[in-house]
Write a new protein. Structure first.
Length: 211
């Protein structure tokens, strides 16, 4: 797996989880949830394949792409949560998801196996995270606050990508496996993932103590 494929993997996981959390504002039956997850999975597969037609050298500009994406995610979160516009926020996140998927995938090594694997991962993340939202609705804090905290962490992670991109992209990845090297970016990814896990665990613990 090349570096851009690793970025794509993390972005897909982040945004699939975000979309599932936003869908948690609505009651969706399991059959309908399976259909929605399948649609997003198929769309992801098609976007990654369609990106092959985007023959534009963008590798030198991804620091700006990540920076703009981080600012947009944070700004949209603040605007839509303050004005109680969950549908507008969902549509905006889906749009950013589509654009980032196309841009990053266009610069990655498009292996057919990874394309299928990533598409299936989107399906799994959407389905599983939506099921978890049923528990989060019973937490003491408002559900919109939980979504805001997640999106804030996501924007911070994407901002970190922007700040570390130029140094990370120049590393010689032919000498080692990218998943075995603890570059600053990968260390911070693990930290943010740990924060998200602690956040969810804390919400559930507070809910349990409240009962």
């Amino acid at each position: 797996m090349d570096l851009m494929s690793a970025y794509l993997l993390i972005v897909l996981v982040l945004f699939a989880g975000n979309i599932a959390l936003l869908l948690g504002n609505s009651r969706i039956s399991n059959p309908k949830l399976v259909m929605i997850s399948a649609i997003f999975s198929i769309v992801t597969f098609l976007l990654m394949n369609a990106s092959s037609y985007l023959n534009i050298p963008l590798l030198d500009y991804f620091a700006y792409v990540f920076l703009i994406a981080a600012i947009l995610v944070f700004a949209l979160m603040v605007h839509c949560t303050r004005n109680n516009k969950p549908k507008e926020l969902l549509c905006s996140v889906v749009l950013i998801f589509i654009i980032l998927t196309i841009l990053i995938s266009s610069q990655a090594n498009r292996d057919f196996f990874y394309t299928i694997l990533y598409s299936l991962l989107v399906f799994i993340i959407l389905f599983v995270v939506y099921q978890l939202t049923k528990l989060l609705h019973h937490a003491k804090r408002q559900y919109s606050v939980i979504i805001g905290e997640y999106m804030c962490l996501a924007s911070i992670l994407i901002f970190i990508f922007a700040m570390t991109y130029n140094s990370t992209i120049t590393l010689d990845y032919t000498a080692f496996d990218p998943f075995l090297i603890l570059t600053p970016t990968y260390q911070l990814v693990y930290v943010v993932i740990g924060i998200v896990v602690v956040l969810v665990a804390g919400v559930l613990l507070n809910d349990y103590r409240g009962k």
